[in-house]
Unconditional design. Structure first.
Length: 356
């Protein structure tokens, strides 16, 4: 197997004091490993996840700050963003790490297929709502965990590895959990490409962390199948890596100076790509998928903005304005929505009632 790509150890000596970081889905796996490393380097790390009990316990043990975030619920994404903006006056690094892999077909209350909701739409809205703070904190960055599954692989996940704009949520075609996973992971790549074109002073990178020993594989089949896949097919061949090695690509994109990185590019640990030249990975690497184009990225951006309730080209509606935070990164200010909008939740309804 190809050699594991590893972050320059000198980057682990960087002092991140004063830097504010959000990492989604970091109660275990590479997310937790990444959070611990950044905390070791004195960053303020907000550990965002939906399980309050596990999240609070994990953050307390690691030394981070827990905030609840359920990426499958757009109301939760808006509430998280509202709370964060009210407390912090900067955001240096947003790591869209959370993900789900190949579960049975289900749809969220917003009508999204679960993988596309968790892996793409929730993160898309989160990033858009934090855009102003990211731009204010420039130079800042967004790091998005994708997968080699965004491309044709061997063994395969999806056959087409494309975005099906006619049926993004698997409501009219037979569900294929591998194809759905591949679509959501390609969406991650396209999201980073478009952020690079759309945000000022904010760089963005998507990445494949490697095939990592984690809980992500729990939906791939019965326990015996998953165990066999892990032990026989991956560990014994050297294709599966531990969480520290699986965090290397994320840490490289988080800690390297912007001029040492390529804005909007794809960074990959070695992977099971069908394209043999890509199997060794690369920082960065030309993604071996003909569907990763600027045109498809722009189309997905506009479609995503519409589906999550944003304005043209992903702009945040004026009615969602938020009061400026106070000094030293903290404030008691609150965010108030002044229009009745289903995705704004109870605060919007209360404001509308008061206005009436």
């Amino acid at each position: 197997m190809p050699e594991t790509l590893r972050c320059d150890p000198q980057l682990f000596e960087k002092d991140l004091s004063g830097k504010v970081v959000i990492i989604t889905g970091c109660t275990s796996g590479t997310g937790l490993c990444t959070a611990k490393q950044l905390l070791k380097q004195k960053a303020t790390v907000i550990m965002a996840s939906r399980n309050v009990e596990v999240g609070e316990s994990t953050a307390r043990e690691a030394g981070g700050i827990f905030m609840r975030l359920d990426l499958t619920d757009l109301d939760s994404v808006r509430s998280f963003s509202q709370e964060f903006i009210a407390k912090y006056d900067r955001l240096d690094i947003l790591v869209n790490n959370a993900g789900v892999m190949m579960p049975p077909l289900s749809h969220t209350k917003d009508g999204f297929e679960l993988q596309m909701a968790t892996n793409h739409f929730g993160h898309f809205l989160l990033t858009a709502l934090l855009k102003d703070l990211l731009e204010k904190s420039a130079p800042s960055r967004v790091v998005i965990l994708s997968s080699c599954a965004s491309c044709p692989c061997s063994p395969k996940f999806g056959t087409t590895c494309d975005i099906n704009f006619d049926d993004l949520h698997w409501k009219s075609r037979k569900y294929d959990k591998g194809e759905a996973y591949a679509q959501s992971k390609l969406a991650n790549v396209l999201h980073a490409m478009q952020i690079a074109k759309s945000y000022n002073g904010v760089t963005a990178y998507s990445l494949h962390p490697g095939w990592v020993q984690s809980k992500l594989m729990r939906h791939m089949g019965p326990g015996c199948v998953t165990c066999c896949l892990e032990c026989c097919c991956m560990k014994c061949t050297g294709a599966m890596i531990n969480v520290w090695d699986g965090s290397q690509t994320s840490l490289h994109c988080i800690l390297s100076e912007p001029e040492a990185l390529e804005n909007g590019a794809f960074y990959s640990q070695f992977g099971i790509y069908k394209d043999k030249a890509s199997q060794k990975g690369g920082w960065p690497m030309k993604i071996p998928n003909a569907n990763a184009t600027d045109e498809i990225a722009a189309r997905l951006w506009d479609e995503s903005a519409k589906l999550v309730g944003l304005g043209p080209s992903g702009s945040v509606p004026e009615a969602w304005a938020v009061k400026a935070p106070g000094q030293q990164g903290m404030s008691n200010s609150t965010r108030t929505c002044t229009r009745t909008h289903a995705c704004c939740g109870a605060a919007a309804a209360a404001a509308a009632a008061a206005a009436a």
